[in-house]
Design a protein around this ligand. Sequence first.
Ligand code: CAA
Length: 289
Amino acid sequence: MSTPSIENIRHILVVGSGAMGSQIGLVAALAGYRVTIQDISAEMLAAAKSQLASRLQANVAKGKASAADADAALARLSFRTDLAAVADADFVIEAATERLDIKQEIFARLGELAPPHAILATNSSTLGSSKVAAASGRPTQVCNMHFFNPALVMKCVEVVRNEATSQTTVDTTMELARRFGKEPVLINREVPGFVANRLMGAIQKEALALHAAGIASLEDIDSTAKTALGHPMGPFELMDMVGLDVIDFIAQATYDETGTEADRPHPAITELVGQGRLGRRTGRGWYSY
Ligand code: CAA
């Protein structure tokens, strides 16, 4: 099996065209890579394509990019409902549904079809790559490459190695993130939530406790995080942006793995999810939009 190397990377396949996958694809295209975004849903792909085109137009309007650069980035992006492009992919970033059975199926197909040197990374925030490594048939070339929402803006990328991940895979993935203009951090061992979501979870837990005890309002807790601590968003605003269903899912996945009572999904969030109040996406979460 030939060794992965940053110099071999020309074509990147992103599996999944949701908010994360589509923006990751644009990040890669803006960095000069040829990118294929794949999704089984043609509707999702069409929506992603038009959103990315609008983002590029906004950059041009703001004077952040020339029209020629924006056109070139768009021209580097292809949108496909089939996985044929994997045969020519040097690096794959899977950003599909957070379901282990689906991811294992995807990694099995990627492992079969991708060139031997290709690295297969998952953007999952909850499933460590060790869970899909065996299915891929190339466990040394598998890791997590976890971006943050909104992926076009947030600088951090968590590169998480599993026990089988080779040093070359880690080095290549870290370097690719740098070439994307990101500031990658290395997570040496799979732990639920990696680093960023554990930090975010700790703040959210405290914010929920303060609110439930009537110590301060949502608005004042959010305002404190911003004006006292310099956070760009308060914890409740952030939960609404990420999606309360996603927050609930992360907590459940963490609890399933640790069995620690403190990691259980918070009942207030589960209740809002039950009412369809998922945050900005549905027009209502902690706040109304
Ligand atoms: N997609 C793409 N770009 C976006 C965007 C979006 N959804 N929202 C805002 N932006 C861009 C804007 O276009 C703007 O770009 P320019 O500088 O080129 O003009 C820039 O971000 C700043 O936006 P705004 O001026 O509108 O607003 P802001 O200064 O308040 O920034 C923010 C918005 C970047 C979202 C900022 O509030 C922020 O950093 N919030 C915290 C986000 C965060 O913590 N994300 C991590 C979530 S956890 C996660 O993702 C992990 C997980 O596994 C769930």
